[in-house]
Design a protein around this ligand. Structure first.
Ligand code: FAD
Length: 508
């Protein structure tokens, strides 16, 4: 105890740009600031082997605007034959706008979304220049149809090595540029001078408190998804019961620090990205389990709650436009669980992780047997649900999982819009799911062109920038898959560039 009291505080560390966090947005900011000639320091709350935030847990699928194979060839060396012979789908600027606006109920901030969308391809090309490798995503939402490789879902590319690969490439590049990274040190408050300008942060590590001084601070330290108290406060009662899909280190520190000095909160503070998730998954994401807990094949299923009832239109859209909001629907069911039920016809189309050892599922040769194995479910009501559903499927419409096939049910109180198949072919399988939260939507208000944080009077706070999950105003209610990483790259790069330029100008 006495030893602790007498310990001298470490001397202040001084740099041009201080970046808080070591996920995708932070590393994009760090690399961009270093490219402007700034000396850059990164503070990461996690130990090195757990660093990388949610970005490290990400599948690594990225949504960006592109128009055919030529644009995609900017991201990796595709053979000409592959460019020509693949149906790459498209995600034009207008299609990206349509998707983002539709799923966010037209609430996404127009300036932020314009920058996000129109700079997304350029941001991907920039990532490549920072050492990141991309490859076509044949594993998901891709199929050979009539002899031709087709993509559907508008995300044909992903990062080699997934999110872990992304942060590894970016961190290596940053170190090569001379960026200094401190691990196991948590930023706890912003330091301001007499004029209210941000001049550094106070941080706490294993060796006590330490002061980091900088001309500019970029906060890129995530939302409050791993903080059950804040989840309950902002998202509502019951959210403390959600599993966390990713990092345990994002507990809302950056948001609290910024709000404490008068930053303007912005966006959907009661909104979040949350998905169907393995019911008995660990409390936080586990990197050794890769995608084992994902349950994204639900559009082919019947989702059944404890009352034996369906509660969403499982097939209203491709999964990438509904998965981020259906987790909340599962959380709202009695006992916070649901089963995804399939039969032998759809089994071959399930994502590979449904075959993993850690998956909780029951299998049976009859629906009656399955009903009794689905623990906690009203068996009689479930059988009635299936009977009504099977009778309502429009079987004359051909089934095709690579398009919105219009094979629906008719006459049910809650219809299924696409990919409806009667459950009639054994063996039947039911997968136990709960809600897994990915990240929160509430953030701070920034100047879109610079990433500078605005105060509650909408005046820029000198010296303070934000990026990634901390930026409010982009996502409301829902989210189109693959946009989180792109948002982190676009706004991380913007914030890092502006912070780096300002700091270097001040120094010279
Ligand atoms: C399982 C999963 C799969 C996903 N798949 C995809 C996908 O395929 N495509 C996609 O686009 N998005 C995906 N996402 C979403 C995506 O990961 C996030 O949107 C994105 O990574 C957020 O990046 P970020 O840099 O803002 O935050 P993070 O990557 O979470 O980084 C925040 C960093 O800040 C650190 N930190 C927190 N507090 C402090 C503090 N006080 N001091 C210092 N450091 C601190 C954290 O340790 C962390 O390193 C997925 C997320 C999860 C969880």
């Amino acid at each position: 105890m006495a030893q602790k009291k007498n310990r001298k505080p470490a001397p202040a560390h001084v740099c041009d740009v201080l970046v808080v966090g070591r996920g995708n947005a932070a590393l994009c900011a760090a690399n961009a600031a270093a490219d402007r000639g700034a000396t850059v320091t990164v503070l990461e709350a996690a130990p090195e082997d757990e660093a990388g935030g949610n970005s490290r847990f990400a599948g690594g699928v990225m949504r960006f605007a592109y128009d055919g194979g030529r644009d995609l060839a900017k991201l990796c060396d595709l053979p000409e034959k592959e460019i020509q012979e693949t149906a790459w789908d498209s995600n034009t600027v207008n299609e990206f706008y349509d998707d983002l606006y539709r799923v966010t109920s037209y609430r996404s901030d127009p300036e932020l979304s314009e920058i996000l969308i129109t700079r997304s391809l350029d941001a991907m090309v920039w990532l490549r220049s920072q050492g990141v490798s991309f490859t076509p995503n044949y594993r998901h939402q891709s199929a050979v149809v009539d002899g031709k490789r087709r993509f559907f879902g508008r995300m044909p590319f992903w990062v080699v090595g997934g999110g872990a690969g992304l942060v590894d490439y970016l961190a290596k590049t940053a170190l090569r540029k001379g960026v200094e990274i401190f691990y196991e040190i948590r930023a706890v408050s912003l330091i301001t001078d007499d004029d209210g300008r941000v001049v550094g942060v106070e941080a706490r590590g294993r060796d006590g408190r330490r002061r980091f001084e900088a001309s500019a601070v970029v906060l890129a330290c995530g939302g409050f998804e791993a903080n059950p108290e804040m989840r309950t406060r902002y998202l509502g009662p019951g959210w403390e019961l959600a599993k966390v899909r990713g990092s345990r280190f994002n507990v809302g520190d950056g948001l609290k620090m910024a709000l404490d000095i008068g930053a303007a909160p912005y966006g959907n503070w009661s909104g979040r990205h949350a998905t169907s998730w393995e019911r008995y998954a660990p409390e936080f994401g586990d990197l050794s389990m890769l995608e084992s807990s994902y349950r994204h094949s639900f559009p082919l299923s019947l989702m059944i709650n404890a009352n034996g009832k369906r509660f969403v239109d499982e097939g209203i859209e491709f999964y990438n436009y509904t998965y981020a909001k259906y987790g909340a629907e599962v959380l709202n069911q009695p006992g916070q669980f649901a089963y995804q039920v399939f039969d032998a016809k759809t089994k071959p189309l399930l994502r590979p992780e449904y075959g993993d050892k850690t998956v909780t599922k029951v299998v049976a040769d009859t629906l009656e047997e399955l009903a009794h194995k689905m623990e906690g479910v009203d068996a009689r009501a479930f059988l009635e649900t299936v009977r009504e559903f099977n009778a309502a499927v429009q079987t004359h419409v051909p089934f095709d999982h690579s398009i919105k096939d219009g094979r629906c049910t008719k006459g049910l109180a809650l219809n299924k819009s696409n990919w409806a198949n009667p459950l009639d072919t054994p063996p039947f399988e039911a997968y136990a799911t709960t809600c897994g939260i990915t990240f929160t939507f509430g953030g701070v208000r920034i100047v879109p062109e610079t990433g500078q944080v605005l105060d509650v009077n909408f005046h820029p706070i000198e010296g303070l920038y934000a990026a990634g999950e901390m930026v409010g105003g982009i996502f409301y209610f829902n989210y189109p898959a693959g946009t989180g990483l792109v948002s982190g790259t676009v706004f991380g790069r913007i914030a890092g560039t502006a912070a780096g330029e300002t700091a270097v100008a001040e120094r010279s």
